[in-house]
Design a protein around this ligand. Structure first.
Ligand SMILES: Cc1ncc(C[n+]2csc(CCOP(=O)(O)OP(=O)(O)O)c2C)c(N)n1
Length: 325
C-alpha cells in the first residue's frame, strides 16, 4: 500500500499524542493528585490509531477500562479527558466518572465502561440501530483478551452474525488479564478463531505496527461498511505499564508479575519508537520535525493539566446529578 506523507505524519502525531498523554499521568498518579484508578494504554497506541483513522466522526466506538487511546483517536477532547481523570466538573462525564467512564457522543465515543466485556452488547445495539436506520455507520467494539472469558461476547458474535451487523470486534491481546497470562486462561489457540463458528470474517495482526493495523483496519471497515456483516480482529500487543497505574503494584507490595526479559523484549517493539525510526529511515520526517511534534503535543498536554487543575470539583450535594433515574 502507498501512503502519503500527510497520512504518515498524522498517524505518528496521534500515537505521540496518546503516548505522551499517558505518560503525563504517571507523576500525578504517583503523587496522589489523580485519585481515580487509571489504566494506562502505553504500548498499545498503534491499535487505536490505526483502527480509528478509517472512521468518520459519525461512526461509533465503545471501549473498556483502558480506553484513553480509543477516546483520543476517535477525536475526543484532550482537555475534557484530563479534567475527567482529575474528577472535575469540566470533564467529559462532568467529573463523576473518572478515567474509566469517558464519553464524547459528538465524536461517536458512546461508552467506555470498566465492566469487562460490558460494552460489547451495547456496541451490538448501536450497530443494530445503524442497520435499521441504514445510516452506513460502522461500530468498533474494543476489548481485551480478558473479555474472551465472558459469555456476552459469544452472544454478541452470534447476534451480529445473524443480522449481518456493521460492527468490528477488536480484541487487543496484550497477553495478560490483570496479572494472569492469557496462557493460563485460554486453550492455546488464536483468539481470532473464536469468530469462525459464527461465520464471522476474522483477522490476526501485529498490533504494534501501525501500518499493519491501518491496512487490516481498512479491509475490515470497507467490508463492514459495504453491508457484508461483522468482522473480528485480534491484535497482538503489550502494555508497557502496569495493569492499573504505572507499575504492577499489588496492595502496596511490588510483586514480580511479568518477567523483566519479556517486558524488555516488547520494549524493543515499542510502536511509537518503531514508527519514528521507520519515518526517519524513509525520510518522511526528520529528527527535528519529530522533536517539534513532541514539543507541540507536550504543550497541549500541559495546558490540559492546567485546565483540569483549575477546574472545580463536583459538589458533594450534586454528586447524583446527571444520574439516570
Ligand atoms: C466482569 C468483570 N470481572 C472482573 C473485573 C475486574 N477486572 C478489571 S480489568 C480486568 C482484566 C481485563 O483484562 P483484559 O480484558 O485482557 O484487558 P487489559 O487490562 O489486559 O487491557 C479484570 C478481571 C471487571 N472489571 N469486570
Amino acid at each position: 500500500m502507498k501512503y502519503s506523507s500527510t497520512l504518515l505524519e498524522q498517524l505518528y502525531h496521534m500515537m505521540v499524542k496518546i503516548r505522551y498523554t499517558e505518560e503525563s499521568l504517571v507523576e500525578p498518579i504517583m503523587n496522589g493528585t489523580v485519585r481515580c484508578p487509571v489504566h494506562l494504554y502505553t504500548g498499545q497506541e498503534a491499535v487505536a490509531t490505526g483502527m480509528c483513522t478509517h472512521l468518520t466522526r459519525e461512526d461509533y466506538v465503545f471501549g473498556n477500562h483502558r480506553s484513553h487511546g480509543h477516546y483520543l483517536a476517535k477525536g475526543g477532547d484532550l482537555k475534557k479527558m484530563i479534567a475527567e481523570i482529575y474528577c472535575r466538573e469540566t470533564g467529559c462525564a462532568k467529573g463523576r466518572g473518572g478515567s474509566m467512564h469517558l464519553i464524547s457522543p459528538e465524536n461517536g465515543v458512546m461508552g467506555i465502561v470498566p465492566i469487562v466485556a460490558g460494552t460489547i452488547s451495547l456496541a451490538v445495539g448501536a450497530a443494530m440501530a445503524s442497520k435499521v436506520r441504514k445510516d452506513k455507520r460502522v461500530t468498533l467494539s474494543f476489548f481485551g483478551d480478558g473479555a474472551t472469558g465472558e459469555g456476552v461476547l459469544y452472544e454478541s458474535l452470534n447476534f451480529a452474525s445473524l443480522y449481518k451487523l456493521p460492527i468490528i470486534f477488536v480484541c487487543e491481546n496484550n497477553l495478560y488479564s490483570t496479572h494472569m497470562t492469557v496462557k493460563k486462561i485460554r486453550p492455546p489457540q488464536k483468539i481470532a478463531k473464536i469468530a469462525s463458528p459464527f461465520g464471522i470474517k476474522s483477522f490476526s495482526s501485529d498490533g504494534n505496527d501501525v501500518l499493519k493495523v491501518y491496512e487490516v483496519s481498512k479491509k475490515a471497515v470497507d467490508y463492514c461498511r459495504s453491508g457484508k456483516g461483522p468482522v473480528f480482529i485480534e491484535f497482538f500487543t503489550y502494555r508497557l505499564r502496569g495493569h492499573v497505574g504505572p507499575d504492577d503494584n499489588i496492595q502496596g507490595s511490588h510483586t514480580e508479575i511479568r518477567p523483566l526479559s519479556e517486558v524488555e523484549k516488547w520494549k524493543k517493539r515499542d510502536p511509537v519508537l518503531r514508527f519514528a525510526k521507520y519515518l526517519i529511515s524513509k525520510k518522511v520526517l526528520s529528527q527535528n520535525k519529530i522533536n517539534q511534534i513532541i514539543q507541540e503535543v507536550n504543550n497541549e498536554i500541559n495546558q490540559a493539566h492546567t485546565f483540569a487543575q483549575n477546574s472545580a470539583r463536583p459538589l458533594a450535594n450534586e454528586v447524583l446529578e446527571y444520574v439516570f433515574k
